[in-house]
Write a protein that binds this ligand. Structure first.
Ligand SMILES: *[C@@H]1O[C@H](CO)[C@@H](O)[C@H](O)[C@H]1NC(C)=O
Ligand SMILES: *[C@@H]1O[C@H](CO)[C@@H](O)[C@H](O)[C@H]1NC(C)=O
Ligand SMILES: *[C@@H]1O[C@H](CO)[C@@H](O)[C@H](O)[C@H]1NC(C)=O
Ligand SMILES: *[C@@H]1O[C@H](CO)[C@@H](O)[C@H](O)[C@H]1NC(C)=O
Length: 462
């Protein structure tokens, strides 16, 4: 990383400065004789002109480094720092190349080579498998395979074991959503497969193994919360690390395993296309935007209502009102509407999270999160409070007032924060992985869990 490039030159600078200053002091003490002053200065200059030259050159770099306003010690942990764009470009171009020297503490990941029926067969069957909102399971697998700096082909050297099973690709012919009924058995047979053939699962009961569960309720594998809770996380996954889109900031049976909350999958190309089609003047002529399922008369599904009735409340209060662009119908070009919008409503569905969070944020529309208790992705590194608004479910009736207040107070600040490229990068998955993107943040989160590494615990105890 550029830190490594910069640091030595800084240290050198400091040392040289100290040296030169000492020289000058010694000299002054030794040369109090007035007559010899000029001569001493001349000798001093002749002997040390190189150091003097060094001093000024170093001083130049030293000060320009400070005035660039970037603090290299925080660049990896601070996601939104506002004055650091030029040096970040440097990080991006140099980091991936130098990662082998110890990025993520030298963490290594082994990706199991499972039979195609567990993963790639599903993509072959339907290309949608790798592009829909649950496709992070595919994207993370591909991104890991593309990154030679953390990938290891030797499982003995691995800190973590990635289990690539695509469970969201059994699309139902009737409603187009993936059926999850086979998820448990497919994962179970993958674990049987690898625990039979390799020693690594058994030695830790899977605690250094990593799964993706990109569904409504994570590893509970059911789209309805009460059913998800009733079935719970499969016993065999409870020891493992689960990368999941589902997250709440209270105790919930569907996150009672070590986990990382990750963003849902949005194809980076689709974002690029929407940006290209955006109005050239960058004008946002839609004030408050929502497109998606809103029931006029919410159905009572065994005591539960879609979106806890929040979307219905929004429709009833603001449908047809000036400045609110609400639409219940599907439209493939909805991302071009997001690019034109100021506020994008992100109310809960069955689960609290939705792809809108990512789509709005990366397209510069302020996400208005209406989902009590939601845990947003990468909350440890992405400062969501600076780039989104949160409205309590019970306050949707005051939505207009709340948004109007923001519009006259801090809207431009939030919009400026949203333009920070770091932030966009953190929410999208790329193949190959890029520094600072979603997979990179997952690796960073895994790095913080290195105490689970069997390999390291053995090294420490020796
Ligand atoms: C896909 O889903 C259907 C409907 O739930 C199920 O009957 C079928 O067994 C699943 N296919 C596989 C290969 O698991
Ligand atoms: C791991 O444990 C399972 C269940 O106890 C057993 O069937 C399997 O053979 C073991 N795997 C290895 C590689 O020893
Ligand atoms: C919804 O249905 C359940 C039974 O499934 C019933 O107990 C409950 O009272 C109903 N709620 C409303 C608001 O109608
Ligand atoms: C903007 O103002 C709203 C409402 O007063 C507040 O909740 C939010 O935290 C503020 N956001 C920022 C980034 O200042």
């Amino acid at each position: 990383m550029s830190l490594d490039i910069k640091r030595p030159s800084i240290n050198k600078t400091k040392k040289k400065m100290g040296f030169v200053v000492k020289m000058q002091l010694n000299n002054r003490v030794g040369g109090t004789n007035k007559r010899n002053n000029l001569f001493v200065f001349f000798v001093f200059f002749r002997n040390y002109y190189r150091w003097i030259l060094w001093f000024f050159i170093s001083l130049y770099f030293f000060t320009s480094y400070f005035f660039s306003g970037d603090n290299p010690t925080t660049t990896t942990t601070r996601l939104l720092s506002y004055h650091s764009l030029p040096s970040r470009a440097l990080i991006e171009s140099s980091a991936i190349k130098t990662t082998s020297t110890g990025i993520f503490n030298g963490m290594k990941i082994y990706v199991y080579d499972l039979p195609a029926r567990f993963n790639v067969d599903w993509v072959t069957k339907s290309d949608r498998c790798s592009t829909h909102l649950f496709a992070s399971e595919v994207a993370i697998h591909r991104a890991l395979l593309s990154d030679s700096s953390v990938l290891t082909s030797n499982p003995e050297k691995a800190d973590f074991f990635f289990v690539p099973v695509y469970v969201s690709c059994n699309f139902s012919t009737t409603n187009g959503f993936p059926s999850l009924s086979h998820a448990r058995s497919l994962l179970g047979s993958a674990v049987d497969f690898l625990s039979d053939r390799y020693p690594f699962w058994n030695r830790t009961q899977g605690s250094d193994h990593v799964f993706v569960a990109s569904h409504d309720f994570g590893a509970c594998f059911h789209a309805m919360e009460d059913m998800a809770i009733e079935q719970g996380i499969p016993e065999f996954m409870k020891n493992s690390i689960i990368l999941q889109t589902f997250g709440v900031n209270y105790k919930h049976p569907c996150q009672e395993a070590e986990h990382v909350v990750i963003p849902p999958y949005i194809p980076p190309e689709s974002i690029q296309k929407a940006v290209e089609r955006a109005p050239v003047n960058g004008r946002r002529d839609i004030w408050a935007f929502f497109r998606g399922k809103m029931e006029v008369n919410p159905k009572n599904i065994s005591g539960r209502f879609y979106s806890k009735g929040v979307r219905t409340a929004i429709l009833k209060k603001y449908g047809g009102r000036r400045r609110f662009y609400l639409n219940r119908h599907r439209f493939a070009g909805y991302r071009s509407e997001i690019v034109r919008s100021v506020f994008c409503l992100c109310p809960l569905g069955w689960a609290p999270w939705s792809p809108r969070l990512v789509e709005s944020a990366v397209l510069g529309c302020v996400p208005v999160v209406i989902a009590d208790g939601i845990q947003l992705p990468f909350a440890e590194s992405v400062r969501w409070s600076e780039i989104s608004l949160t409205v309590a479910e019970k306050d949707v009736k005051n939505l207009r007032k709340i948004l109007e207040h923001v519009a006259v107070t801090n809207l431009s600040l939030i919009q400026r924060n949203l333009r920070e490229p770091e932030f966009k990068r953190a929410l999208l998955y790329n193949v190959p992985m890029k520094e600072g993107d979603a997979t990179w943040h997952i690796l960073e989160a895994l790095r913080r869990k290195l105490d689970r590494s069997y390999k390291r615990s053995r090294v420490l105890s020796q």
